[in-house]
Design a protein around this ligand. Structure first.
Ligand code: ZN
Length: 353
């Protein structure tokens, strides 16, 4: 855990600063360890730097639900192998993404980077103002010595017949483009916790008359500013229209690996019971076809706390026995509770996709 604040600059105007030449820097890691622990929750370990995304572990969809700080502490202890959490990123202010934000900030002492709306909500729930940093899109946030996070103004998912009415509708939502300098080169991946597709990807987002650019344009600018031609890994797969995103992103950004997420979120989310329904490729045949067409390899998590190593050599699955046993989950496969059918099966792709 690096106890220094990230420096922030806009990627449209400047590159991120690196520390003074005489400062002690962390060695470049060999790989990034990534652990998926439900919905769109990720824990990234990058040498001695730790990053958390979203992080909802409480039963947020129960009536009268409250953030369970004890459960957040338990999940943190299960995940942490020494890197801690230096920064928290939250894509948007919906309870399946931001419900435990204040608890995570309290337990880790880390700063949250998220929308102004989500910061306001967290501060109202007791988060000290200084611990939330509102983002608007275009920022470059340096976390530790080897990692940069580019904030990409993205958009929320929509139903099959919905539109954003010219970019004016939909809660503000951010994706994050990560780059890490490793011992064998620069890695990059894009993570978003929601998203629509098609025309919406090239429609500029307009908020109170201010133009925040189109989601695809924003991502392209972020990628350009990394000096890379794309990103290897895409952590996407929000609940609808993801095939439309795949059709747009895969041909352009040279994506090699896909990690679907945002499943097991609806109808009975309970991190201690295990993933209550599986991600089945055959339930999203259009998406499977596009991924196959571009030779993109999928890494599908079977249960919470599945871990991966991502390096210049590629992506491999890792054992996460320590985390799973700390959470009472089996060492492999789903469970302990038997899985059910996906309540949204048949509605994951639209007629027009
Ligand atoms: Zn949402």
């Amino acid at each position: 855990m690096m106890r220094k604040l990230g420096s922030i600059l806009a990627f449209t105007t400047a590159m991120a600063l690196s520390g003074p030449a005489f400062s002690q820097t962390s060695p470049k890691p060999d790989d990034v360890r990534m652990t998926w622990f439900g919905i769109t929750n990720w824990y990234y370990e990058i040498g001695d730097t730790g990053i958390l995304v979203d992080g909802v572990v409480s039963q947020y969809d129960e009536k009268g639900a409250k953030s369970d700080q004890g459960l957040v502490e338990r999940a943190y202890k299960a995940l942490d192998r020494g890197a801690g959490v230096d920064s928290i990123f939250i894509g948007h202010e919906h309870s399946d993404h931001s419900f435990d934000a204040v608890s995570w900030a309290k337990v880790t002492g880390s700063k949250i980077y998220t929308s102004e709306v989500a910061c306001t909500a967290a501060i109202a729930k007791g988060l000290p103002q200084a611990q939330c940093h509102p983002v608007y899109g275009g920022e470059v946030i340096k976390v530790g010595d080897n990692t940069e996070v580019r904030v990409v103004r993205w958009l929320h998912s929509m139903g099959c017949d919905d539109t954003s009415e010219g970019g004016t509708k939909g809660i503000e939502t951010f994706g994050f483009l990560f780059t890490v300098n490793t011992s064998s080169g620069k890695l990059s991946w894009f993570m978003s916790d929601s998203g629509a597709g098609g025309q919406e990807l090239v429609t500029n987002r307009l908020v109170n008359g201010k133009d925040f650019g189109s989601p695809l344009g924003n991502l392209a600018k972020a990628v350009r500013s990394t000096g890379l031609g794309g990103f290897d890994l895409w952590q996407g797969g929000p609940e609808s229209r993801v095939v439309n995103q795949a059709r747009t992103l895969l041909p352009v950004f040279n994506i090699k690996y896909f990690m679907p997420q945002h499943y097991g979120a609806r109808g009975g989310y309970n991190i201690l019971s295990g993933l209550h329904y599986a991600y089945k490729e055959e339930e999203q045949p259009k998406l499977k076809k596009v991924l196959d067409e571009y030779g993109v390899k999928s890494f599908i998590s079977q249960n919470y706390f599945d871990s991966y190593s991502y390096s210049a050599k590629g992506v491999t699955s890792l054992s996460s026995d320590k985390a799973k046993s700390a959470m009472g989950l089996p060492m492999s496969g789903p469970g302990p509770k038997p899985q059910e059918a996906n309540p949204r099966a048949g509605k994951l792709e639209c007629e027009a996709d």
